[in-house]
Design a protein around this ligand. Structure first.
Ligand SMILES: [Zn+2]
Length: 156
């Protein structure tokens, strides 16, 4: 297993925490000098805020640990391609490297709908790694939605 795969597994573990509380399973971790300094999972519904995406929550923790709004020297691992809000925050935080599991064709801003992480017009571009444990990352999502549909059909 590569280092990227090892850390992506940790991000998947976070995603599963979201699934356990009925949230869409998306997980994120941030690594600095081979140490995890921020973890997050989607809590949009339980926290009643659109800001509670996995990446934002992980960034909050990592910034607190670093004592800085910049996350230079860090690598972020996300199970799903980031949305425009999170991609924007990643650029703002100057995160140098982002590793993505599965892609999000309808909302992703690391190349799917647009590529905010590598926009040449911005003052910061991200080194991007895609498709790390892609199968596993998308299976977590697929199983969540499958179970959700099943529950809904039982409710009828
Ligand atoms: Zn987001």
């Amino acid at each position: 297993m590569t280092t990227d795969e090892k850390y992506m597994k940790e991000a998947i573990r976070q995603a599963k925490k979201a699934a356990a509380i009925g949230e869409v399973p998306i997980g994120c971790i941030i690594v600095y000098e081979d140490k995890i300094i921020g973890r997050g999972y989607n809590r949009r519904m339980v926290d009643h805020t659109v800001l509670a995406h996995a990446e934002i929550l992980a960034m909050k923790k990592a910034c607190k640990k670093m004592g800085d709004w910049r996350l230079e020297g860090c690598t972020m691992y996300i199970t799903l391609e980031p949305c425009p809000m999170c991609a924007g925050a990643i650029v703002q935080a100057r995160i140098p490297r982002v590793v993505v599991g599965s892609m999000n064709p309808k909302a992703g801003c690391a190349g799917s709908v647009m590529n905010l992480l590598q926009e040449p017009g911005f003052n910061h571009q991200v080194e991007l790694e895609k498709g790390i444990l892609e199968e596993e990352c998308s299976t977590v999502l697929k199983e969540f939605f499958k179970a959700l549909r099943k529950r809904k059909s039982l409710d009828k």
